[in-house]
Design a protein around this ligand. Structure first.
Ligand SMILES: Cc1cn([C@H]2C[C@H](O)[C@@H](COP(=O)(O)OP(=O)(O)OP(=O)(O)O)O2)c(=O)[nH]c1=O
Length: 193
């Protein structure tokens, strides 16, 4: 069983659920940072930087002895980074780009503790079947795309659009559990003993 608590620097309910799934106990401290990509910033560099900034902000605000975990997830289509949709038009544009194509989901994890900072990135290929305009409208009306990178949630209704994935399901949802467990174990946190 778990030996130590961590701080989760995230407002995402998905990240809490994923940590619950592997029995990690945590308290939440939400940080707010600017998530605008830098000019010509590549996806791996972008998610790595944002996850690191989230954990750094949390550490400097709290100054606790516990390890701090943060993550960032971006949907990437033909090398272009897509964040969360601003409105229906924006979501429609994103979903049209995803329709009938394979894209990548990049999820970075950052763990800080004991004067050590370690990171990992998970990259997953996600293949969507073709979507009709009416399906995109109906999907928007479910409310699901609003707060999700790429305007979809694989764990929700969007599962009916996703033909296959190659990589990490938890990474697509927002916290790659394989890499997360490895980083936490290196901080002395045992997941299963
Ligand atoms: C692609 C995809 C994303 N998402 C979600 C996970 C993240 O919550 C969100 C990506 O935005 P993030 O900026 O990574 O995270 P967040 O703003 O929700 O939370 P915080 O920064 O406080 O940690 O999209 C899904 O839930 N399912 C999916 O299939």
């Amino acid at each position: 069983m778990m030996t130590k608590q961590i701080v989760l620097a995230s407002a995402s309910p998905r990240r809490r659920e994923l940590l619950d799934q592997i029995g990690v106990s945590y308290r939440v401290h939400v940080v707010d940072i600017d998530e605008t990509p830098l000019l010509n910033e590549l996806p791996r560099a972008y998610v790595t930087r944002i996850a690191a900034e989230k954990s750094a902000a949390c550490c400097s605000q709290l100054n606790v002895g516990k390890p701090v975990l943060a993550a960032d997830t971006a949907v990437v289509v033909q090398g272009r980074i897509m964040g969360k949709p601003q409105d229906f038009e924006h979501a429609r544009q994103m979903l049209e780009l995803l329709s009938g194509q394979t894209h990548q989901v990049y999820s970075a994890v950052s763990v800080r503790g004991d004067n050590r900072h370690e990171q990992a990135v998970s990259i997953t290929d996600v293949t969507f079947r073709a979507l009709t305009g009416n399906e995109i409208k109906a999907y928007w009306r479910t409310g699901e795309p609003r707060d999700k990178a790429g305007a979809y949630a694989i764990q929700g209704f969007a599962s009916i659009f996703i033909q296959s994935i190659k990589g990490s399901f938890s990474g697509v949802v927002g916290l790659p559990l394989f890499e997360t467990a490895q980083l936490l174990e290196r901080q002395g946190i045992k997941i299963i003993t």
